[in-house]
Write a protein that binds this ligand. Structure first.
Ligand SMILES: N[C@@H](CCC(=O)N[C@@H](CS)C(=O)NCC(=O)O)C(=O)O
Length: 288
């Protein structure tokens, strides 16, 4: 092994290490400043951003509303992670991990928080009995694919995306490592989708979770990762991505808490203010 960098005996935090997340992420937890969160009128208050992890929840809300669950009305507030909004005291009270998305459920007598995108998906799916089968084996299969996605996202985002796009310098080893892992995950999904229409059989919250990552990469996010990783070779994933792309709730959900779409979402009518070109299901994805 040859060292390009010789680690000191004890690691120390370097706030000026370059990188797009320099200064945003620190090796500490907790609020950095006092800041209340806004609260709207609807039963659900979502504090998020239109990244893949954020899109999971806005897609599920829009799918619920498209399916006629009017009690799933929500206010979506934008948390600007590069401006440090996730470290305000109000946000940290909802999510001690300081990452979007975070949900405040005010639909019952006592409001409570739900954090982690997978937990939010399960919470909403159970509450409305929607896109999560109640009986096994379908329920076990759905939760298995959901947890597969939750476990694999850090390799795609924190690994591949970070070292390919966000790192201050590009190095072969981490890019090779996480490109390999990302392609392996596409291969796993492709193998499954060669046997079933959706990951767990029928369309479910597992598909919503996986689609936001695999679909965004498939459509060119992370500086054209679709070309770099030869993603067109995963034909079953391509068929599945295109089927999900076309869903009305998915198209709307992907536009929430985004720079080009809706910074905030408070009513279905908010979408009427947007340029129709944004509703093109196959438009190239922005980086996140
Ligand atoms: N496991 C978490 C991950 C959430 C996450 O990584 N969120 C990112 C944006 S996609 C974030 O808030 N980053 C802000 C930061 O790192 O400070 C989930 O799925 O909810």
């Amino acid at each position: 092994m040859s060292d390009v960098y010789t680690p000191p005996k004890v690691w120390d935090y370097d706030p000026a290490n370059g990188g797009r997340f320099a200064g945003v992420n620190r090796p500490t937890a907790g609020a950095r400043e006092e800041r209340e969160l806004p609260v709207g009128e609807h039963p659900f208050q979502l504090y998020s951003l239109g990244t893949p992890n954020g899109q999971k929840v806005t897609i599920l809300f829009e799918e619920l509303l498209a399916a006629g669950f009017t009690e799933a009305e929500y206010d979506a507030w934008q948390i600007k992670i590069f401006a440090g909004d996730q470290f305000g005291s109000g946000f940290v009270e909802l999510n001690p991990n300081s990452k979007i998305p975070a949900l405040l459920d005010r639909s019952g007598p006592a409001p409570f928080r739900v954090f982690e995108s997978g937990a939010i998906l399960v919470h909403l799916a159970e509450k409305f009995d929607f896109l999560l089968p109640k009986a096994n084996p379908a329920r076990a299969e759905t939760l298995s694919w959901l947890m597969w996605q939750m476990g694999s996202a850090p390799f795609i985002g924190g690994g591949f995306g970070h070292f390919y796009v966000y790192a201050p310098e590009r190095y072969k080893y981490p890019i090779d490592r996480y490109a390999m892992e990302t392609k392996r995950l596409f291969a796993v999904a492709d193998m499954q989708l060669g046997q079933t229409e959706y990951l767990a059989g029928d369309y479910s919250i597992a598909d919503i979770a996986a689609y936001t990552w695999l679909g965004n990469l498939y459509h060119g996010a992370y500086n054209g990762a679709d070309v770099f990783l030869s993603l067109a070779e995963y034909e079953n994933v391509g068929r599945w991505v295109k089927a999900i792309d076309a869903r009305a709730g998915v198209i709307r959900g992907r536009l929430v808490n985004t720079q080009n779409g809706l910074a905030e979402r408070h009513a279905a009518a908010d979408f009427d203010t947007l340029d129709r070109a944004l509703f093109d299901p196959v438009r190239k994805r922005a980086d996140f």
